[in-house]
Design a protein around this ligand. Structure first.
Ligand SMILES: Nc1ncnc2c1ncn2[C@@H]1O[C@H](COP(=O)(O)OP(=O)(O)O)[C@@H](O)[C@H]1O
Ligand SMILES: [Mg+2]
Length: 367
């Protein structure tokens, strides 16, 4: 039995990969309509509810999380009486944007200039170090571009001082990147690591819209830098499971932005586009099974469906399309599903992508 803290779409896709391997799932999620619940048992409770945690520890051989804002103390408590993979240390390291940047630097990864601001009134000092434009972010709790804003002028700074009162902050020099990439890797209990190819990501309003995998035109040296970053992070955290690192590419440099100690939205293409999906590899890792190869088997484009989804009839008319609906009530800005287009030529993939334009829930950048 596998316990999962969080019962959203990532938990749902973990179960879709783990059930065929013979596992049963229990999800802890306070939402009565948690969309993973159809695939297992659902404990409707807060992530730090003592009774739910006790029940997980009592019934599960291993517990994992699919939501990174799970309180570290909840993970630590579960870990006292059963296995929790990845461990609470990895969870904690990913929760504070300042600690994350310091960790990246200590592991020899490049990051953009940054400065901590313990209160909004320190913003002026922080900006003296990063320059403008800058991005100010809450150190904790932010996701999908929430809890951050771009500062271009002194008047933005004054506005941010008001809006962010009460939050510990980090200010980052805004990176004029060529593109955004991510690397997804998995580490087994024995310390074996597999890395997926770099993925090119396009965001709109802070939310991932499109991922292309393998990312087009990646120099071998850039791929190997990303892989060595992933390996150092995994080894440093004595990590078991799947991790994702978000990177900015500037020329042939990679600046590390943040990491997620879990399966990642930019890895959904691996379900159809890689020899082993990120979900299966996560399940394999946490259940002490050998990892499967992370080799791509096709060119993939993953399009997130935000706020609303097309009908299966409309979506599946597109050649090479695979539809994943999460069973969530549509709401503005909510990820309700994704569509992966698969092709054996990257050129043809562009034509397929053109056919997605105008489908409900899709918003594609120029590619
Ligand atoms: N320092 C930065 N320079 C340029 N763009 C940034 C910077 N930080 C964040 N962004 C943009 O905002 C997006 C969301 O920020 P991120 O740090 O990944 O937070 P989260 O994904 O947790 O909301 C990034 O994918 C990127 O497009
Ligand atoms: Mg991000």
């Amino acid at each position: 039995l596998i316990g999962v803290l969080g019962g959203g779409q990532l938990g749902r896709m973990l179960a879709l990969a783990g059930v065929p391997l013979g596992h049963d799932f229990t999800f802890v999620d306070p939402a009565p309509d948690a969309c993973a619940a159809v695939l297992g048992r659902h404990l409707k409770a807060d992530f730090d509810d003592p009774e739910a945690l006790l029940e997980l520890a009592r019934t599960c051989e291993v517990v994992t999380f699919e939501f990174e804002r799970v309180p570290t103390r909840a993970a630590t408590r579960v870990g006292l009486s059963t296995l929790i993979r990845p461990g609470p240390r990895a969870l904690e390291a990913g929760q504070d944007r300042l600690g994350e940047k310091e960790l990246f630097e200590s592991l020899g990864m490049e990051v953009t200039d940054y400065a901590a601001a313990s209160a909004p009134t320190d913003l002026v000092d922080a900006i003296a170090r990063t320059g403008l434009p800058a991005v100010v972010k809450t150190r904790t709790e932010g996701y999908d571009g929430k809890g951050q804003s771009v500062l271009r002028s002194q008047s933005d700074v004054a506005r941010a001082e008001e809006g962010l009162a009460g939050w510990p902050l980090i200010v980052e020099a805004q990176v004029d990147f060529d593109r955004e990439l991510s690397i997804i890797a998995a580490r087994s209990v024995d310390g074996d690591v597999v890395c997926y190819p770099l993925i090119e990501n396009h965001h709109h309003d802070g939310i991932l819209r499109l991922s292309l995998a393998p990312a087009p035109n990646v120099q071998a040296s850039v791929q190997s830098t990303a892989e060595s970053h992933a390996r150092s992070l995994l080894e440093h955290l004595d990590y078991v499971g799947v991790v994702a690192i978000e990177l900015f590419q500037v020329g042939d440099r990679l600046l590390a932005n943040e990491f997620a100690p879990r399966v990642h939205n930019s890895g959904h293409w691996t379900i159809e586009g890689a020899a082993t999906s990120q979900f299966e590899n996560h399940v394999r890792a946490i259940t002490s099974v050998t990892l499967g190869p992370a080799t791509p088997t096709a060119y993939s484009a993953m399009v997130n469906l935000i706020g609303v989804a097309p009908s299966p009839a409309d979506a599946l008319r597109i050649e090479g399309a695979h539809l994943h609906l999460y069973g969530k009530t549509p709401r503005e800005g909510r990820k309700v599903g994704h569509l992966t287009l698969i092709d054996d030529s990257s050129e043809h993939l562009r034509t397929c992508l053109e056919r997605v334009v105008g489908l409900p829930g899709t918003k594609l950048p120029e590619v």
